[in-house]
Design a protein around this ligand. Structure first.
Ligand code: GRG
Length: 292
């Protein structure tokens, strides 16, 4: 199997787990489940979930046992996208090629769907983890920290500040590290923790930090050169919103060079880890070259 075939098979496994784990809409709370399923299913690259499956397998765990953790990280990611798209934040119309949640439903339902996915993520791990309480809690602790105020929410908060002041390199670095990078680190780190191979934690964290930053810089590049229909969201929105990005601060050439350098460092960090290390290295390369 090529890495791309592996990626697709694993993304399909994450999708199937989400399909099983997000309740079917019924009863008086039906709209919130409809909105959760609308935004979380049938779209997205499933990068974070696949990272959890891959690092778990790298540490010797059966990937099936990693599925609740992979689904949980994707639920939190989907919640963050729903809330990020709200009128109070980025006020976006298009996400994953479809109208954003607050347009397909309404603003209140979109807020609740995001909240619902956040809670369901932790409930999913608690209900479906087949691992020891200690291991399960270690993974949950990492996920809670990386998605919380010291992590993704912190990065989003700083990002909102950057709409009021021109971001300098330090602020931009904080935003990129926390808004995007921390969830990638949580995804990869949880796989390691649940596999019990804690000696892999440091190299995998290095890998995730490099991939996370490269991923965000590519996002900034695609906002300039990407195609809205391929991206499934509007291109050019950073410039429209006068937002500082890696490209606006350092220029396109330097941004591309940084992506290359970070990708090499990511690959170096996992080089020694056999077949799954090779998969992670190929994945890092695929993300650097992505067009959506
Ligand atoms: C609202 C608390 C809160 C946080 C929002 C993740 C985030 C924080 C905002 C998303 C804004 C954004 C477009 C960031 C750029 C990088 C990024 C996270 C892109 C989306 O991730 P992909 O490309 O999405 O992996 P898919 O749809 O493939 O899952």
């Amino acid at each position: 199997m090529t890495w791309k075939e592996k990626m697709n098979a694993r993304a399909a496994a994450v999708e199937a787990a989400l399909e099983r784990l997000i309740p079917l809409p019924e009863g008086y709370n039906r709209p919130v489940y409809e909105a959760m399923r609308y935004s979380c299913l049938g779209g997205g690259k499933r990068l974070r979930g696949v990272l959890t499956l891959a690092t778990a397998k790298m540490g010797g765990l059966d990937m099936k046992q990693a599925e609740p953790f992979a689904a949980a990280v994707e639920m939190i990611h989907a919640y963050s996208l729903i809330h990020d798209d709200l009128p109070a934040m980025d006020n976006d119309d298009l996400r994953r090629g479809k109208p954003t949640c607050h347009l397909a439903f309404d603003e209140a339902t979109a807020i609740l769907a995001g909240d619902g996915l956040l809670n369901l993520a932790f409930e999913t791990i608690l209900e479906h983890s087949a691992l020891s309480a200690e291991t399960t809690l270690a993974a949950m602790r990492l996920l809670a920290k990386c998605s919380g105020c010291r992590g993704m929410i912190g990065g989003q908060t700083a990002d909102m500040q950057a709409e009021k002041v021109q971001a300098d390199a330090a602020l931009l670095d904080y935003i990129h590290t926390h808004k995007t990078g921390d969830m990638i680190e949580a995804a990869a780190g949880m796989g390691v923790l649940i596999s019990g191979k804690t000696e892999y934690m440091e190299p995998v964290a290095t890998y995730a930090r490099c991939v996370g930053l490269a991923f965000q810089i590519v996002d900034d590049i695609l906002d300039v050169v990407g195609d809205s229909s391929e991206l499934g969201k509007p291109a050019g929105s950073d410039a429209k919103n006068h937002k500082s990005t890696y490209v606006s601060l350092y220029g396109m050439e330097q941004a591309k060079e940084r992506v290359e350098h970070l990708t090499e460092s990511a690959q170096e960090a996992v080089r020694a880890f056999g077949e799954e290390g090779a998969f992670l290295a190929e994945l890092a390369n695929g993300l650097a070259l992505r067009t959506k």
